[in-house]
Design a protein around this ligand. Structure first.
Ligand code: HC1
Ligand code: SF4
Length: 563
């Protein structure tokens, strides 16, 4: 076996691409600003330096491991070196930590503390604060940027968007949009993935918590909250629970404690999406309409298609996303109640996603009287801060069940939150064989797992339906290219912009691959535990289709992005 000697300790390695990965394997938390295993190596921050056996200083992220190599990670020289880098960064950085949205979660702050920096020896070269808050999901403050390039690589390598890039040279270097345009005027899709890797407060997610509180404090409003499938398996991270713990019941209990009038699970909306999307798919498949049908629930994907592949927009399902479907149904349901008690119904959605903040105000979802389907979107992280503001001791909250009449959900709906879940839920609906055996087989068709591009094929009628599942927009681009040059052919394609699906949305507490796997497991376990496995078996569906959806299916559940 190949091995390295790290600080005198033998550590085996095999497929690790760089020394840093071997060091982390040895349980040493070497600091970095610019290293993410899923992104290319930039090697700019130099915090991860180590000493070789001759006292030479090398960047561990960009050096491959060699057999029998000896390195040290902690020497007086390295300590001085790291301190100096931190002081140089702090000299040009805003130091108003208490009012920064990243306070307590900033890596620069964390490392300054860890290395005991109590003063900075260099002249203050902080630039003027320059905030771009034009976009609905993220806010950029370039004066807090440390030029690690994480956002740039995320936006281009994983999302194939390239809305931001390095501009200028030397001491004038910044991260900027093309021509310095406001972000809202670029091809940014609001996925927020840049913010999720930004180590400082240079890119943060827009905060809408005050809007939520204003509604709660307003007695003339009926506040209805829905929470997305993926939120339940990530929120616990903020409260020290085991990764992937399902806290759905606690979310309901906590929201009631804060004075929310009605609490629902977006999973019911996902069931409605399955019903409608399956219907649309089967109709198109049988009619021989141009396929594949692309899913529509990820708003960052919809935006990407609009910017980059307008020719594909008419192949995107006309189903509104579960969030929008559910809000529309809630508003319709409370119309009569509102006529009696005079309270205005406002719907907030707790989402793992930053693009939902943009989806919610798309013109398609704002009606003539100014009303909307969803009135506010708060991310999982914002919800965690709301809980803390309310003084809720989350650990002590007893789980409760969601309200009726929409409180029953299916296992098919809950797995929407993980890549492959929408496809799996639709397959469950369209196959004729409703046996447990088939249910089990569907899980092994290839739709599950964290791979960026997955394929499945299921028997249907006389033939087979070919399905692809992609996550990360660069993977979507690869698949589209293959389809367009005729190298691949599919009937149904699920696209989620965030790598791993909604469980890794930018609104969630940040996690790496292992954390995503735990979250996925949390959702698959929830599916296993639910009595109702298929959307069409959810009794709420029957009640809705026989009730308020009569004559309103198109109006409440569909949208046409190609118009
Ligand atoms: Fe998602 Fe969806 S699954 S988009 O990934 O279709 O955000 O969780 O709420 O709308 O249900 C996100 C998650 C979410 C919608 C559903
Ligand atoms: Fe790029 Fe997404 Fe950030 Fe927009 S939100 S700049 S698309 S990474």
């Amino acid at each position: 076996k190949k091995h390295m000697i790290i600080d005198g300790q033998i550590v085996n390695f095999d497929k690790e691409q760089n020394i840093l990965a071997v060091i982390r394997k040895a349980g040493i938390d070497l600091p970095t600003f610019c290293y993410y295993s899923e992104l290319s190596i930039y090697g700019a921050c130099r915090m991860c330096v180590v000493e070789d056996e001759w006292g030479g200083v090398i960047a561990s992220c960009s050096t491959p491991p060699r057999d029998k190599m000896k390195i040290k990670t902690n020497t007086p020289q390295l300590f001085r070196y790291r301190k100096m880098i931190l002081e140089l960064l702090l000299a040009s950085h805003c130091r108003d930590c208490t009012t920064c949205p990243k306070n307590g979660k900033c890596r620069l702050q964390e490392l300054a503390l860890r290395f005991g920096i109590d003063s900075v020896r260099f002249e203050n070269t902080k630039k003027e604060t320059e905030v771009d808050d034009s976009a609905l999901s993220i806010i950029r403050d370039s004066s807090k940027c440390i030029l690690c390039g994480d956002c740039v690589r995320m936006c281009s390598e994983i999302q194939n968007v390239g809305a931001i890039d390095f501009a200028h040279r030397g001491s004038n270097m910044t991260v900027s949009t093309a021509w310095g345009k406001p972000l809202s005027e670029t091809n940014c899709v609001n996925c927020g993935q840049c913010a999720s890797v930004c180590p400082t407060g240079a890119i943060v997610i827009r905060n809408c918590t005050q809007k939520f509180w204003d509604a709660i404090y307003d007695d003339s409003k009926r506040v209805v909250v829905q929470f997305a499938p993926a939120v339940r398996v990530a929120l616990g991270d903020e409260f020290g629970l085991e990764p992937g713990t399902n806290v759905a019941g606690k979310i309901v209990g906590a929201l009631r404690k804060m004075g929310v009038d009605e609490v629902y699970d977006t999973t019911m909306g996902a069931d409605l999406t399955v019903m409608e999307e399956s219907k649309e798919f089967v109709k198109k498949y049988k009619a021989g309409t141009k396929l594949p049908l692309f899913t529509s629930c990820c708003p960052a994907w919809v935006k990407y298609a609009e910017h980059t592949h307008p020719e594909l927009v008419e192949q995107i399902s006309t189903c509104k996303s579960p969030m929008q479907i559910f809000s529309a149904v809630i508003k319709e349901h409370f119309k009569q109640v509102q006529a009696v008690d005079g309270k205005e119904t406002v719907v907030f959605a707790i989402m793992p996603c930053t693009a939902k903040k943009d989806e919610q105000v798309r013109p398609e979802f704002i009606y003539e009287d100014g009303s909307r389907d969803t009135d506010g979107v708060i991310t999982t992280q914002e919800f965690a801060s709301i809980l803390k503001q309310a003084g809720i001791v989350f650990e002590d909250i007893d789980p409760e069940a969601a309200d009726m009449p929409f409180g029953i959900t299916s296992g098919a709906g809950v797995i929407f939150g993980v890549t492959g879940g929408v496809a799996e839920a639709v397959i469950r609906r369209v196959v004729d064989d409703k046996s447990n055996n088939m249910l089990h087989n569907i899980a092994y068709t290839g739709v599950r797992g964290m791979d960026g591009i997955k394929e499945a094929s299921i028997p249907y009628g006389e033939g087979r339906v070919k399905i692809a599942v992609v996550n990360g927009l660069a993977n979507a681009e690869k698949l589209i290219e293959q389809i367009e040059i005729g190298e691949a052919e599919y009937d149904f394609v699920e696209v989620m912009a965030c790598p791993g699906g909604c469980i890794a949305g930018a609104g969630q507490p940040f996690t790496r691959r292992e954390g995503k796997e735990e979250r996925a497991k949390g959702l698959y376990d929830a599916d296993k535990l639910s009595q109702v496995k298929r959307s069409e078996e959810n009794p709420v569906m029957m009640a809705l289709y026989g009730g308020i959806l009569k004559n309103k299916i198109h109006e409440l559940l569909h949208v046409d992005y190609s118009k």
